[in-house]
Design a binder for this molecule. Structure first.
Ligand code: FES
Length: 146
């Protein structure tokens, strides 16, 4: 193999490994949970926020069959959580969780973990729900706006 070909092949392999590591890291960070639905909202076990290494996850995404859009629940520290409907307020597209923000794949709007717009074109904040702790579980009250 000539030197030029070796360098080219090595660079492609390195880029592939870097991309793979990045994708793997983002997959490990996202936890999907179903929770338990009742007539007023969703109960979510606090253990859903623990990793296998007993570290705290920054957020959990709740998907349930009777929810049109998932709800992203951020752990804000201590007993404080926020629950945000993952529906973009611009044109209604499902948002993607990306670290401390939710981003829209359609036109690039972004929202912080309290639902506030950080990047337009969206002009309104996300729908949020009150979160309380009941018997060691989070209760996300879907009847009300937080
Ligand atoms: S639908 Fe989300 S930015 Fe347009």
């Amino acid at each position: 193999m000539e030197r030029k070909d070796f360098i080219k092949t090595s660079c492609i392999a390195c880029m592939g490994m870097a991309l793979g590591a990045t994708l793997l890291q983002s997959c490990v960070g996202t936890k999907y949970a179903k929770g338990t639905r009742n007539e007023n909202g969703i109960l979510l076990d606090l253990k859903e926020f623990e990793t296998e290494k007993k570290e705290q996850r920054p957020y959990v995404i709740v998907r349930h069959d009777d929810l049109t859009f998932p709800v992203c629940v951020y752990h804000l520290g201590g007993d404080n959580y926020s629950a945000l409907l993952m529906q973009c307020t611009h044109q209604g597209v499902e948002l993607q969780a990306s670290g401390d923000q939710l981003t829209c794949p359609a036109h690039g709007s972004a929202f912080d973990k309290m639902g506030k717009v950080t990047q337009s074109p969206a002009g309104k904040p996300l729908r949020t729900f009150p979160v309380t702790i009941v018997n060691g579980q989070l209760f996300i009250d879907l009847r009300k706006q937080a």
